[in-house]
Design a protein around this ligand. Structure first.
Ligand SMILES: CC(C)(COP(=O)(O)OP(=O)(O)OC[C@H]1O[C@@H](n2cnc3c(N)ncnc32)[C@H](O)[C@@H]1OP(=O)(O)O)[C@@H](O)C(=O)NCCC(=O)NCCS
Length: 402
């Protein structure tokens, strides 16, 4: 079984394969837009297996910078993955995905994330590592008070810089969030069923945006962006009005708990809930040395705001590969040379993925078998400072595809 880059002449067959496997047009659209409009796309990023000259299984990766705290990593979002229904259960997906992991490693990606079947991707080293949360707006809630005159209008091409800036500002410290560019193709909705609107202030400046559509058949706001409280008020009232017009008892807004609009809506009486469905959010570390090297400044920041700000020592992390963090009075450097006698963490990849993203902290992880911390409480505390728990969430690209 040979896994190889898809050839452009095979793209039409791949769109048909995606239609047959998913029974929806969304995945076809994801592939079509990526191969034709994403300037970061490389032919090897769409990988296939064929039988008798017919593509039977495929995967695609999207090259995206991904945040890890304040650090930005070289990331790959995997979507979609499919085997033609006539060829499922024969190991084609595994061949494509195992090859893709090697491909991503040799192309220098630090980490890969995806939303998918929780039973499938652990076979290729992925672990559950992201959360999906939603805000619930009920039509019975009171309108927010908006003092200054604001205007709502449909998104136009000239707004793209503004909404990109708002998006990147709202997600600036969210682990696993992708950094987006103001390229139009990243933002233009592909379906007339998705409404992308903006709100402007009295000077005509864009201060917020939202996209309205559906999520698994439920009307929802896929994404919201806000610059200030005025924008929050207008967005909230627009969602409330949509909830009333749609005649639903609950209207959902897919949003992170730390987003500024979540806080605003929460104070207006909205609930924040964990969202199930739509697959599990998973991550896999690919190149731990380059990943942790890129995070050195972030580690220094984390140490600086802890009682360990003047620590001197080393922490060796042994997972799929060995990485050593040298810590010297708040300075952090990384290499691969094993150090005898320092603090040490032995951790399988499945748990390392969760530690790196902050999905599960070391005090929980250490209860699992096969995880050893050498250096007692001191080592545990250092690992906790370097890898604090959080709510990692990213890899949503709804405005482009839907
Ligand atoms: C999901 C899908 C891609 C799997 O493709 P496939 O070629 O049939 O998968 P494979 O035969 O390579 O099997 C994949 C792995 O899952 C294992 N597996 C298969 N069915 C399983 C099940 N029900 N539970 C647990 N593991 C299972 C296989 O043993 C194999 O693992 P291994 O290589 O470590 O032995 C394919 O069914 C498909 O296209 N489905 C529709 C689209 C879809 O859901 N895509 C994924 C979106 S996240």
């Amino acid at each position: 079984m040979i896994v190889r880059p898809a050839e452009p002449k095979e793209y039409n067959d791949i769109y048909d394969l995606a239609d047959a496997a998913f029974k929806s047009h969304l995945e076809r659209m994801m592939i079509l837009v990526t191969v034709s409009e994403d300037p970061r796309f490389q032919p090897g990023d769409l990988r296939v297996v064929s039988v008798d000259d017919k593509v039977v299984s495929m995967m695609m990766l999207l090259r995206r910078p991904l945040r890890m705290g304040r650090a930005v990593l070289k990331g790959a979002i995997v979507a979609p993955v499919a085997t033609h229904p006539d060829h499922q259960g024969k190991g084609y997906c595994s061949a494509v995905m195992r090859d893709a992991v090697q491909y991503m490693k040799t192309h220098g990606f630090d980490i890969t994330i995806l939303w998918g079947n929780p039973w499938l991707y652990p076979h290729y080293g992925y672990s559950p590592a992201m959360v999906k949360t939603e805000l619930v707006v009920k039509p019975t809630q009171k309108k927010a008070n908006v003092k200054s005159p604001c205007q709502i209008r449909p998104f136009v091409a000239a707004d793209v810089e503004s909404i990109t800036r708002i998006y990147n500002h709202n997600t600036a410290t969210r682990t696993c969030a992708e950094v987006r560019s103001p390229a139009m193709w990243e933002w233009r909705p592909k379906s007339s069923e998705v409404k992308l609107e903006v709100v402007t202030d009295a000077e005509g400046k864009v201060i917020g945006y939202w996209s309205l559509g559906t999520d698994w058949g439920r009307p929802c706001a896929h994404e919201v962006g806000v610059l200030n409280d005025e924008a929050c008020g207008v967005v909230f009232n627009r969602l409330l009005e949509t909830a009333k017009t749609k005649g639903v008892t609950e209207f959902y807004c897919i949003i992170h708990p730390a987003h500024p609009f979540t806080r605003f809506a929460f104070l207006q009486g909205s609930e924040v809930r964990l969202r199930s469905g739509g697959g599990a959010g998973m991550a896999r570390v690919l190149n731990p040395i380059s990943l942790l090297t890129t995070m050195e400044k972030e580690f220094e920041h984390r140490l600086h705001y802890s009682e360990l700000h003047d620590l001197e020592g080393t922490l060796t992390i042994m997972s799929e590969e060995t990485v050593v963090l040298h810590i010297d009075q708040g300075r952090v450097s990384t290499d691969a040379e094993t150090v005898v006698g320092g603090l040490q963490l032995d951790i399988p990849l499945s748990s390392f993925n969760q530690l790196i993203t902050g999905y599960i902290d070391i005090n929980e992880l250490v209860k699992r078998p096969h995880i050893t911390v050498t250096g007692g409480k001191h080592a545990l505390r250092l690992i906790d400072v370097l890898f604090p728990a959080g709510l990692p969430s990213g890899g949503f690209l709804p405005l482009v595809w839907e």
